[in-house]
Design a protein around this ligand. Sequence first.
Ligand code: PSU
Ligand code: MN
Length: 304
Amino acid sequence: MKQYIELSKEVQEGMDAGKAIVALESTIISHGMPYPQNVQTAREVEQIIREYGAVPATIAIIDGKIKIGLSDEELEMFGNADNVAKASRRDIPYLIATKKIGATTVAATMIAAELAGIELFVTGGIGGVHRGAETTMDISADLEELATSKVGVVCAGAKSILDIGLTLEFLETKGVPVIGYGTDELPAFFTRKSGFDVNFRQDTPAEVAATLRTKWNLNMAGGAVIANPIPEEDALDHDFITNIIHEALKEAEENNIQGKSVTPFLLGKVKELTEGKSLVANIALVKHNAHIGAQIAVELNKTK
Ligand code: PSU
Ligand code: MN
């Protein structure tokens, strides 16, 4: 196993010193945001995590290895290069064996985090059940992974490019708790409201950490979704973003977008149609998740 995993110096030293480590994904850099905002955001998110005494570990596949913690040059490369594969669970063995470059999705980042012993992961949005999944069967591997890998995932809820109701049903079937951080309602990424309740509301990092630790003490597989609403001042208007998402979905269908291209296509379209407003909101919510996630990781680390 060791031959496939490489920790950066910062992550190795953090682990040796018993610090809390926070995993970060690289698909959000390569396929979720445009350059150069992607690289800048990645660096700022890492810096926020350090402010809490935790250590950021951005994860990616490079040169036949899963890298836990990227250098500045590697972050730049992931933000800029156009030969970066979007890597979910199914892609990991092939990309490692052929020494290709892969940006890890939520699912792949969870797998890597668990292998490295990292219990908490911060991102923007998770994949879910897509609208029309009754016929397309487009359900993100992220959901299955949440039921499998023992990693808590802090996100801003599920985007309404997805079928949020079906996403919650799937998570319920798989036994994945959806915790609202300071909210009774599941946030919908760009907005604080989705019309759907979370399973449990918890209001402090220590409370969330206790739920996660209890789950794993019971030796139950899988993680949890910790849904942290976008700050009020950064949220987009509900009707504005809903109309744009409908337009983006229509264009995806007209262009016959399928498979792993669906999510990046929709994200790109939404950014284009909002004239960049979605990107500003996306950056704000990821940073906010880093603030909360770092604190949860620190609490979780105390109960190890
Ligand atoms: N949602 C976002 N931004 C993202 C993604 C989702 O708001 O960057 C990325 C994440 O890496 C997530 C992946 O794991 O898309 C899901 O892709 P798919 O639906 O193909 O599983
Ligand atoms: Mn899909």
